[in-house]
Structure formats: C-alpha cells, structure tokens
Design a protein around this ligand. Structure first.
Ligand code: PLP
Length: 399
C-alpha cells in the first residue's frame, strides 16, 4: 500500500540527492541574528530570503507583535466569518486600502489562500482567465480550482497576450488577465503599462499578484502598479505579508464590489482561521515604518545597485533583473546544487532553483537583498561568487 509513495519519482530524486549530499532544501536554521543565520553551528550571510526590508527583527515591529499577543492572545481560533474577526483585522484592511490606493482590502491567512480563494471565485464557467506562463504556483492552483476556461500567454510577452485576447474575443462573458507584478525567481517586472492598455482595448479585468513588489516597488513600497502609475487600471491587486512585511498572511485589494463579493464566496477565506493577532500587528507596524523611515527603501535600492554592479564586474549573468531578486544563471541543475553547497561552505545562504521550478538547462542560484545588509557583507558575497565563477565555470552575461 505504501509502495506508491516510495516509488514516486519525486521522492526517489530526493533520496538520490540526499545520498549524494546534494539536497539543499529544508536546511535547518538554528538561529537568526540580523542578516545572519546559523546552519549546523556555522554563521551564514542570508541572501536567500524574501525579507527585503529587513524588518523581521526591527524593535518596533517586535514590540507591536508582543503587544498584540498580550492583548488578544496567540490565535483567533476561527475564521473571520465566525469568531475570528478582530478589530485589528478591520483596521489593517483600512490601512492597506489607503496605502495601496484601492477602495477596499481583504485579508487572508496566507498569500497562497488569497490567490486560490480569489481566482477560483471571480470567474464562472462562461468566463476566461489569461495567465502569464511563469506565474506563481498559487495562481496556477487558483486557475485549477476555477470553473473558467484558462489560457496562457508567453512570459511577459505582450504580443502573445494580445493574440490570446484576440482569439478569445467575444467567446466569454468576462476575461481576467492574471500576472505576477515581480516574478519570484528571476526578479523580472511585468510590462504592466502595456498589459493595462491591452486590457482596456479588450475590456478585460487585470489581476496582479504583487507578492514581491509590495514593500519594494513604487512610492513607499506601494507596489508595482504604483511604480508604473496604473493603480486605477488594476482591478485586483494581491499581496502577501510573508516577504517585505515580515510576517504571514495575504490580501487582495480593489473596488468594493469585487472585495465584498470575494469576502462571502472565497472558500479559502471563509473556511480557514484568520491571521493571528501578532501577524496582523506586525504588518501594520511594517506599513507605518516603511512610510515613515525613507532610509529603508534607500538602503535596499542602494544594496541592489551595489550587487548588480558587483556581479557585472565579475561578469556573471543576472538575467536582467531590475529588483532585489538577483538570480545568477548557472544552467545545469547539478552544477547549481554543487554551487549551493559551495556557498554554504563559504558562509553564504542562497537557494538553487532547478527543474521543475525552471526549464531544463536554466538552473539558477536565486539571490535576494535586504535593506539591512551592509556593504561589507555584500562585498564578502561578491568575493565568494568571483571564486565560484572560476571554479564552476559559470555562464557570462551576454552584452
Ligand atoms: C508570487 C507569489 N505569489 C504568492 C505567494 C504565496 O504567498 P504566501 O507565502 O503568503 O502563501 C508567493 C510566495 O512564495 C509568491 O512568491
């Protein structure tokens, strides 16, 4: 009965990599101190997290979380729908809507749930979804749960989007275009101005998953739509708190009509316990801090600039990233796994991205930077990558 689990291809691949000491996932972090983590007792510079603003250890953020626990306890023990609706949740929704520039916002307990719950309910069987080919897994799962017809367009390719819109024109009651704002593995920013123009031309709804844009892009981290000045042209904006906002949870924002509808129809919202008080208070404090302390985003972008220039000097291929996510093109899966080990041995925590997350021959080391990194730490990282480039014969940037 258990054989099918043991014989499963994924588990066999995992076992093979474990045996070869090349399984770089589920690394146990023993402690986190500032920008460092400890793995097997060894201090590592963390360049593999999504803590872009570096706020997970900010004293004001920790104090807000502790105060919330003291007042409301550790959990809500129920969904917002029933017994788990605190005034903290309602206040954060109002604060978020104002911050984002949308009429209303709705909290979910994770970003994954925000996507699966919203995407599965905004379209009916007579509607269609057009989704970027490299969208996040939670979007894909949302489309799988949806009764709508689903089409994909080539990654960030507006010609491909337009031809899909043309082919589906007049055949469906409603069309929803879904895209990541900033793509999680490559740091690529979607061509949102063009996408929005096409949406207007074909009368489509625009849904942006800005998990990696919120807190990072635009004025005071208001996100990718703010960066491109198209806030009013994006109908549904989705974000997560598990990255810049140092917590866990997710949200959507948009017009009252859509948000109210999702609130009473999205199953992942209605049938799951609400965000715990400490998580809500953390997000609220992060939004205050990023708006007030301009030095945070200044440091972040200065660090991004420093690393991009540094990688260019070493002549590594960073896949034209324009954000704090800076992937290093490696190519071969095995080489990426070996390189991840090499980095760890040299005190750098970064994660490899291999098949099926990317196509064959496109393996990466995903690196990402925080506002709290200092230039000395970053110089150490560049130095190790310079050594790795020679040792692993890493691909050069095509200029
Ligand atoms: C683009 C994108 N969307 C959604 C999610 C899901 O967010 P959460 O971690 O809050 O479930 C992630 C997280 O990895 C993501 O990268």
């Amino acid at each position: 009965m258990l054989e099918s689990f043991v014989n499963n291809k994924t588990i066999q691949k995992r076992n093979m990599l474990l045996q070869a000491k090349l399984f770089p996932f589920f690394r146990v972090i023993q402690d986190t101190v500032g920008n460092n983590v400890f793995v097997s007792g060894k201090k590592q510079i963390m360049i593999g997290s999504n803590n872009y603003l570096g706020l997970t250890h900010h004293p004001q953020v920790k104090e807000a979380a502790i105060k919330a626990i003291e007042k409301y306890g550790t959990g809500c023990t129920g969904s917002r729908f029933l017994n788990g609706n605190l005034e903290l949740h309602e206040e954060l929704e109002e604060k978020l809507a104002k911050y984002i520039g949308h009429e209303k916002a709705l909290l979910f307990s994770t970003g994954m749930q925000a996507n699966t719950g919203t995407i599965s309910t905004v379209c009916g069987p007579k509607d269609c979804i057009i989704s970027d080919m490299e969208n996040h897994a939670s979007i894909i799962d949302g489309t799988r749960l949806s009764p709508a017809s689903v089409f994909k367009f080539k990654h960030n390719n507006m010609e491909s989007l337009e031809s899909t819109l043309e082919n589906t024109k007049g055949k469906y009651k409603k069309t929803v275009i879904i895209t990541d704002g900033v793509f999680s593995m490559t740091g690529v920013i979607i061509n949102l101005p063009e996408l929005v123009k096409l949406a207007k031309k074909y009368n489509a709804i625009v849904y942006v998953d800005d998990a990696h844009g919120i807190g990072v892009m635009g004025d005071a981290g208001r996100g990718t739509m703010n960066h491109f000045n198209v806030v009013k042209d994006v109908h549904i904006n989705m974000g997560t708190f598990s990255k810049s906002f140092a917590s866990i949870g997710g949200f959507i924002s948009g017009p009252k009509e859509i948000v109210d509808y999702v609130k009473v129809t999205a199953r992942s919202f209605m049938f799951s316990a609400s965000m715990p008080p400490a998580a809500v208070a953390t997000v609220s404090a992060c939004i205050d801090i990023v708006q007030k302390d301009k030095s945070i985003l200044k440091n972040l972008w200065s660090n991004v600039d420093f690393m991009k220039k540094g990688f260019a000097e070493i002549n590594l291929d960073t896949c034209n990233s324009e954000t704090p996510i800076i992937p290093i093109n490696v190519g071969d899966d095995l080489k990426a796994l070996q390189l991840a080990n090499f980095l760890l041995e040299h005190g750098i925590f970064a994660t490899p991205v291999i098949q099926p997350a990317v196509r064959e021959g496109q393996a990466l080391i995903r690196t990402s930077y925080m506002a709290s990194h200092n230039k000395e730490e970053l110089a150490v990282v560049l130095n190790i990558f310079a050594k790795a480039k020679k040792l692993f014969d890493l691909p050069e940037a095509i200029r």
